[in-house]
Design a binder for this molecule. Structure first.
Ligand SMILES: Cc1cc2nc3c(=O)[nH]c(=O)nc-3n(C[C@H](O)[C@H](O)[C@H](O)COP(=O)(O)O)c2cc1C
Length: 220
């Protein structure tokens, strides 16, 4: 698979089969992803990969919290600026609309929307979850490095016939994840990622993108 194909075929997949992902494939992907560039070569990513009993435990404990109506842990970072302005707000809104339309969930069906969101904490059925932590001392440039790292992983997964969904949603139940992975105190959970083989029986979305002229300026 060439790079264009990997980029084009990567989507946030939100329904996986339970087919296990071989450990050597994960090892290969994460070894290759270690080549991700980072400012000063800090490599500020700290990654935990959960499968089997450890992932089942995270899912179970989180499901218990959800069932008890627990709204989650106090946030350690803002997922989005509080007053998201134009055009970002519109893009966010449009992506959510596209997603729920594909799932056949009308705007007013709040319960179905909540259920779709809750699927995050079951990793959308995926057999593998990756949790990426960043040291609290790090600043925005290192967060950007981690973004590159996660995208590198997602593209390599495509080359292996696998799909993924990056999930900031895991930061909502970060204490539960920490109970299982026991990260050092200085680390903060930035993003989870579900990994597996796509369940192709559900409708999927191909989210739009802004026209290139909106986001790129060429100067001759
Ligand atoms: C850092 C990051 C965090 C994300 N967190 C979530 C999440 O918690 N749950 C989710 O369903 N999708 C999440 N997404 C997926 C985005 O919604 C998705 O990438 C975006 O809508 C574009 O769609 P596409 O990836 O299918 O092209 C996240 C994406 C990124 C890059």
């Amino acid at each position: 698979m060439d790079v264009y194909e990997a980029v084009a075929s990567r989507r946030a997949v939100r329904k996986f089969t339970d087919e296990p992902v071989p450990r050597d494939v994960l090892q290969r992907v994460l070894t290759a992803a270690a080549r991700t560039p980072s400012g000063g070569n800090l490599q500020p990513w700290n990654t935990y990969v959960l499968t089997g009993a450890s992932l089942a435990e995270v899912k179970k404990r989180t499901a218990e919290r959800l069932a008890a109506g627990d709204p989650g842990d106090e946030p350690e970072f803002e997922m989005y600026p509080p007053d998201l302005k134009f055009p970002y707000r519109d893009r966010r809104f449009a992506a959510a609309e596209q997603r729920y339309t594909a799932l056949g969930i009308p705007r007013e069906d709040k319960q179905a929307r909540r259920k779709a969101v809750a699927a995050n904490w079951d990793c959308f059925g995926a057999p593998v979850a990756l949790f990426c932590y960043i040291d609290r001392d790090m600043g925005s440039p290192q967060w950007a490095d981690i973004g590159m790292y996660l995208q590198t992983i997602m593209l390599l997964l495509r080359a292996e016939g696998l799909h993924s969904c990056p999930q900031m949603a895991w930061s909502v139940y970060r204490r539960t994840v920490a109970e299982v992975v026991s990260p050092p105190d200085e680390l903060m959970l930035f993003c989870g990622m579900s990994i597996g083989f796509e369940d192709t029986t559900t409708n999927h979305v191909r989210t739009d993108r802004a026209r290139i002229a909106e986001t790129v300026t060429f100067l001759d």
